[in-house]
Write a protein that binds this ligand. Sequence first.
Ligand code: 2HG
Ligand code: ZN
Length: 465
Amino acid sequence: MTHPAVIDELMTLVDPGKVLTDPASLEAYGKDWTKHYPPAPTAIVFPKTAEQVQAIVKWARRNQVALVPSGGRTGLSGAAVAANGEVVVAFDYMNQILGFNEFDRTVVCQPGVITRQLQQFAEEQGLYYPVDFASSGSSQVGGNIGTNAGGIKVIRYGMTRNWVAGLKVVTGKGELLELNKDLIKNATGYDLRQLFIGAEGTLGFVVEATMRLDRAPRNLTAMVLGTPDFDAIMPVLHAFQGKLDLTAFEFFSDKGLAKILARGDVPAPFETACPFYALLEFEASTEEVANEALATFEHCVEQGWVLDGVMSQSETQLKNLWKLREYLSETISHWTPYKNDISVTVSKVPDFLRDIDAIVSEHYPDYEVVWYGHIGDGNLHLNILKPDSMSKDAFFASCAKVNKWVFEIVERYNGSISAEHGVGMTKRDYLGYSRSPEEIACMKAIKAVFDPDGIMNPGKIFALE
Ligand code: 2HG
Ligand code: ZN
């Protein structure tokens, strides 16, 4: 436990009132959306400047205090959890957009800028920040960078990594590094910026980020298509990708749809009941594009790949169709789901899903399983729902047993045990299914360069040693 005198010293490094130790704050800032681990931080500190972050890290080095970075805490892998007396560094007061350059199409953000704030700022400039996901109303830019956040538009725009022009980071040594200087071309050796993206705060903390923007999409239009089985989704993807530049290609199962419709606030896409649904989106920038989409839909129906479908005709319909997919995670959170976020290359998806589904239904015939995800990226979200009669601990213990088999299948398919939710604490013991011992050794050596004292988010990605 950190000595009270050490916390007193911390208080001198930031503005008055910006260190909290009350139980409610410790509880709130000590956890993310996983809620598996009881939060137990020692204190929460709110820096306002990069210099204050440097002072905090140097203080932590001197006193051997572990630090956990905290953004919107919407993560699903426990990467922002402080369960071992750490001090949480929360970026809520570093939440300003500091600059915009219309020629470079870049925005300079402090790490605590909310994703939606950045999206809205881009819109006000007639531009677009394309990384989007259900938690964009609370997640923060620093956390998005720390986790290399993905979401629903990756098929067209890629992950957060693609949109980071430059970074300022404070390393575990307390040094301030300015990485890539916002350049498009910069052939000067190792791109250290990329190391900090997706590092989950284990190398250092982002204190400023220059994010790129894109042109605004024109007349985004969505289709929801019902398929007779899972296998039909892939030829549908192939057919549409051959004709259109898709901005999204998502899927969900009938069980997922049933949960959404039971809410009572989202209209059904159409009457026909189907086992699986694909949601695709494109820019209907001209009438020809819209006609091409309809012709492709008809082709898919003729082939027997699609049983029914609908295309949005207005902004409201577009939003309503997206709710069918975007509300899933929050809606099923009521059943305390056991989550897995896995990926393979797109061509392997049908066989992969069949193998995993068989394992899960063999071992858990009584559990309800809801499949959804970013199928156009080969990314599946497997959610096993907790029966009401079962305790959370018993349920999670029984699901953990199946992890081994699921991850063996992932390994066999050369896939990833974490497609977009990160490693954090939930996946750290399984890293070896996706990364070789040599790779893990390199990763640990890199950590030692930037964080020689092991104070930056310890116990995340790798187990505590
Ligand atoms: C999504 O795609 C999020 O909705 C959450 O990544 C996934 O709830 C999940 O399993
Ligand atoms: Zn997702």
